[in-house]
Ligand binder design. Sequence first.
Ligand code: BES
Ligand code: MN
Ligand code: ZN
Length: 498
Amino acid sequence: MSDAVKVGFVPFSTARRGILVIFCDDGLKLGAATRKALGRAANLVGRVAATGQFKGKSGSTLDILAPEGLKASRLIVVGAGKVAAMKEDDFLKLGGAAAGKLRSSKDGITIIADLPDGAMKPDQAAAVASGVRLRAYKFERYKTKKKDGEDPALRAEISFAVGDVDAARKAFARQARIVDGVIMARELVNEPPNVLYPEEFARRASKLRKLGVDVEVLDVNAMKKLGMGAILGVAQGSARPGRTVIMRWNGGKRGDQPVAFVGKGVCFDTGGISIKPAGSMEDMKGDMGGAACVVGLMHALAARKAKVNAVGAIGLVENMPDGNAQRPGDIVTSMSGQTIEIINTDAEGRLVLADVLWYVAKKFNPKFMVDLATLTGAILVALGTEYAGLFSNNDELAERLSKVGLATGERVWRMPLGPEYDKQIDSQFADMKNTGNRHGGSITAAQFLQRFVDDTPWAHLDIAGTAMGAPKSDINQSWSSGYGVRLLERLVADYYEA
Ligand code: BES
Ligand code: MN
Ligand code: ZN
């Protein structure tokens, strides 16, 4: 298993061997519970202070082997920086920084969830534990040999010493399900495209049934009947048939309008006939990061029995060049009835989303729709890998997303929409074309999507920069990040749960 960290909670007073992790601030101050647990050994940290080598800066660590006066074999001090300024997601990062120092251990690991200003609150202690799990995740399924210098995923039982064991357990039980959702999304994105193709993706999404999610899989015939000519046009070039999967979690009041999430699930994007260059094309196995997020999110909501009605819909295809592939110049008719001239077969994500967005808007009349898509390389040029691009026809929804972005650390940056941009995708032969001109590529892509949402409050997240290939961080060492699961789980929790 790629996620082999077991978390438990114990009272501060529990005696400990093995590895001990404590936290200090940027004055090397320790909390009262930490000092008590260390006893005479507490002055070790003071002696380090005198050397000036470790200053307790946020995320920095100090490793003391065979610490004098302690039963523990190793004492790891993790700097928390300015404790008063710590925000919610800083606790996740703190856990991540600690986990970065940990190695699999049979002797057990204890992390003392305590800061100079007192014991961590249950949510904070649970966030540290969640950060450990997120950091520890590795995708090792296809590694058959261990290489020198390559650390395998952390396998350990970790006890968190906390002030209130029951409250911490409860907070963690909730957060653990969200972390499970993030890891599920990461797994899907990391899987190779010969393993994870549309039908297999649909099978994996169908496993959510175990949690009480209603899962419907539309095959090619069903999509034909619905008139989904845009997604089918992309799918037709592949030997592997496309699928649309609709997941429904009904945890809210009967008849309450659902919230809806739509994901781009291009299991591999060669570009099609407008084929991509060979360099880094392998990364295009991650072009289903939006769909992966929707599955992870639906998992999180169902597993924690969220009091909300939620729809998750994903369009699954492979974009391949083939004798039957669609051509530049082709005109397809989308489910909405609007016709689309294909200019570039590599602008396929918007074609997939066009039909799924329309279907969800018309069938479920949701309170809002948020779509996630690794849609454009241009969003990487604009925002890099730190923020996802946010486009919306609704200020309230956009503001809420920006807020939960800051709270969770999965940040979004709002980009413009407008008729001047929209004009660029008018076509001389059809109602629209699938690309604009050279500039503002992320915006014209969003304008295209907007033509398929009607009046439904809608937000589009371009996650091409954040879903995969982002630099390693305190809470993620894997190629894929699972971006969006924590963001949207929080959006639901803070604004849409009964
Ligand atoms: N899947 C790509 C976008 C992408 C690029 C995702 C890099 C992740 C990393 C998308 O389907 C695509 O090919 N977009 C084109 C659009 C263009 C043809 C208008 C792009 O960005 O070049
Ligand atoms: Mn493409
Ligand atoms: Zn793509």
